[in-house]
Structures are given as C-alpha cells and as structure tokens.
Design a protein. Structure first.
Length: 198
C-alpha cells in the first residue's frame, strides 16, 4: 500500500477523533478514541518517516491510553463526571470545535510555505489536533481530560515536527514525552485518593 493513499483517511480519522475526545463523556470511549487518534497520527507521520519510526508514535500513544485507562479502572472514584447539562454542553463544545476547525483550515495552506514538504492535508490535520486539543484544555480541569487534551496537542505537534526532523533520537524523545504525560496524568488521578486514604 502506498503511503500517499493513507493521507486522506488519516486526516479524517485524526479530526474526527479529536472531535470525539472533546465531546465524549465516557472515559472508556475516550481511551478507545485516543487509540484511534494515534492510528491516524501513524498514517500521517509515515509520509515522512520510515514505518518503524512512525510505529513508535502509535505504540507510545496506545501505551499512554492503556496507562490512563488502568489508572481510572483501578480507582473508579477518581473519575468524576464534570458536565451536568448534557445537551447544551455538547452543543457548545461542537460549535466551538467548528469555529476552531474553520480557523485551522484557513491557516493550513500557509503552513506548506513555512515547512517544506508538508501538504495542506497534513497541515490541516496537525493544526486541527493542536487547536482542538487547546480547546479541550480550556474547557476542563479534570485530570484525565487535561491529559487527553495535552496528548492531542502533542500529537499535532509531532505530525508537523516529523516533516522537519527524521532522527531516531527525536522519535524516542517524543515517545518518552507522550509516556511521561500519561504517567503524570495517572499521578494526578490517583494522588488525591491516596491522600484521602492516609
């Protein structure tokens, strides 16, 4: 299979999963959506990196999701539903996400002039992940949601950075940052409960 044939499905997958993370209220679905998001990131990074290095990003994202999921599963009281007004809250999030996507789609063609070799499709996916991740960060204070937003922003940055740098060391460093974010999010989920038990 040609790597170019993965561009459009990967762009759609990354944008839809970023929207799904923003709208989803169930932590199980959020972890599944995060895993799918990293499949899309793999499809875009493989345009610039060998399959083995692009696979490192996908596996690091899956491990981050597994770590977060096991933290919530082991301490169910850590997961608190923060949104009580379901329809209006989701409608507002969807409206704000559409505004962010419109802004990012206007910026996407310019990125190709700044970073050589990045097409507008890849830049649209990366900028959409960054924008929707920042939107996610601005709408929540719950540790799992904050971690998911940070991982989304980092995934968008990794797509753009893959076009600039193809070093094995950079791939390992970015994978360790992804795993470090997951471990930090796990600590933030579990620490308040450990303090209450002591």
């Amino acid at each position: 299979m040609n790597a170019d044939s993965l561009i459009l499905p990967s762009v759609l997958l990354t944008i839809l999963t970023a929207l799904g993370l923003l709208i989803s209220r169930d932590w199980r679905w959020s972890i599944v959506i995060l895993a799918l998001q990293y499949v899309g990131v793999f499809g875009l990074v493989v345009q610039f990196w060998p399959v083995e290095l692009a696979g490192v990003k996908m596996i690091a994202g899956w491990i981050a999701g597994a770590v977060l999921g096991s933290a919530v599963l082991s301490t169910p009281e850590a997961w608190q539903e923060e949104e009580r007004s379901w329809p209006s809250g989701r409608a507002f999030r969807l409206f704000a996400a559409i505004l962010v996507l419109l802004a990012m789609s206007s910026l996407a063609p310019r990125v190709g002039t700044w970073i050589t070799g990045v097409g507008w499709e890849v830049s649209l996916a990366a900028l959409s992940l960054i924008g929707l991740g920042l939107l996610h960060l601005g709408m929540t204070a719950q540790p799992l949601r904050v971690t998911l937003g940070l991982l989304t922003v980092l995934a968008g940055f990794e797509i753009l950075y893959a076009a600039v740098e193809t070093s094995i060391l950079v791939a390992g460093l970015l994978a360790s940052v992804t795993l470090g974010l997951a471990l930090t999010g796990t600590y933030l989920l579990v620490a308040p409960l450990m303090e209450e038990r002591n």
